[in-house]
Ligand binder design. Structure first.
Ligand code: MG
Ligand code: MG
Length: 260
């Protein structure tokens, strides 16, 4: 495993990519309401980051050859869809839990972030699912500092989710990010024996990571649906997913996708 450390100038360039992602997700959040289709959200995202001069990282992923790979500009995952949902004609309804994931490259550097919104009126248990997922990400961001191992952060993230009676997705994890969307290391939201034995790493100043808790109301098992992309919960309970790209600093970390 080789983890590339970024210079302050490189981190500043990633922050510019992060600003475009933030602007895109903010506009999508503003449009997300009952009666809107996921394709409309996807179109708005594409228009927003394209107007800003950025290129989307999801369309045609992973080969980026025209007509191949992922069909959307964003991933939009509704209710029992966890991640990698394909935007399309689905009309959103009140009570839906909608996660929108957006990644762009701007001036050669990547940003990746996701939000989950409940379309009101939504039942309190779904708002609680989203609150816990967001708080899990905030917890990680508060804990990160050099010389800790990632498992020192992932353990408390998992504990926080499970304390609330929810489950962490095991099959998908966060990742290093930089000139490419997916770099080393793997950044899970839980601790497994395999991770402790093989993939755990020490946090160092200059690491740039995409941290993305995926939390399920019910059991942790997921499956990929027939479209080949959309990850759904096996028990059809709702899931939430939030993500920030962060840079490890001397004393902690800073968020690169919060619009600052
Ligand atoms: Mg993402
Ligand atoms: Mg990501």
């Amino acid at each position: 495993m080789r983890i590339a450390l970024k210079s302050p100038l490189e981190i500043e360039a990633m922050r510019r990519a992060g600003r475009v992602v933030r602007q895109t997700l903010d506009r999508c959040r503003g449009l997300a309401r009952p009666g809107v289709t996921t394709a409309q959200l996807d179109q708005l995202a594409w228009e927003t980051f394209t107007a800003a001069g950025a290129v989307g990282l999801f369309k045609n992923y992973p080969t980026y050859e025209e007509g191949q790979g992922f069909p959307g500009h964003t991933c939009i995952s509704v209710n029992d869809e966890v991640v990698h949902g394909i935007p399309g004609p689905r009309v959103l309804c009140a009570g839906d839990v909608v996660s929108i994931d957006c990644g762009v490259r701007f001036d050669g550097w990547c940003g990746d972030s996701a939000i989950t919104v409940a379309l009101e009126p939504a039942p309190p248990e779904l708002r609680e699912l989203i609150r816990v997922t967001e708080e899990t990400l905030r917890l990680a961001i508060r804990l990160i500092r050099p010389h800790l191992r990632w498992s020192d952060v992932a353990g408390p993230m998992q504990q926080y989710v499970e304390q609330h009676g929810f489950s962490c997705v095991r099959e998908f994890v966060g990742h290093g990010i930089g000139r490419r969307m997916h770099e080393d290391p793997k950044v899970p939201n839980f601790v497994s024996p395999e991770f402790l034995n093989r993939d755990d790493f020490y946090l160092r100043e200059g690491m740039t990571l995409a941290i993305e808790p995926m939390v399920i109301r019910g059991r942790p098992e997921v499956a990929v649906s027939a479209d080949g992309w959309t990850v759904v919960t096996r028990d059809h309970s709702c899931a939430a997913h939030v993500e920030h790209t962060v840079a490890v600093t001397r004393r902690g970390c800073e968020i690169l996708t919060n619009g600052n």
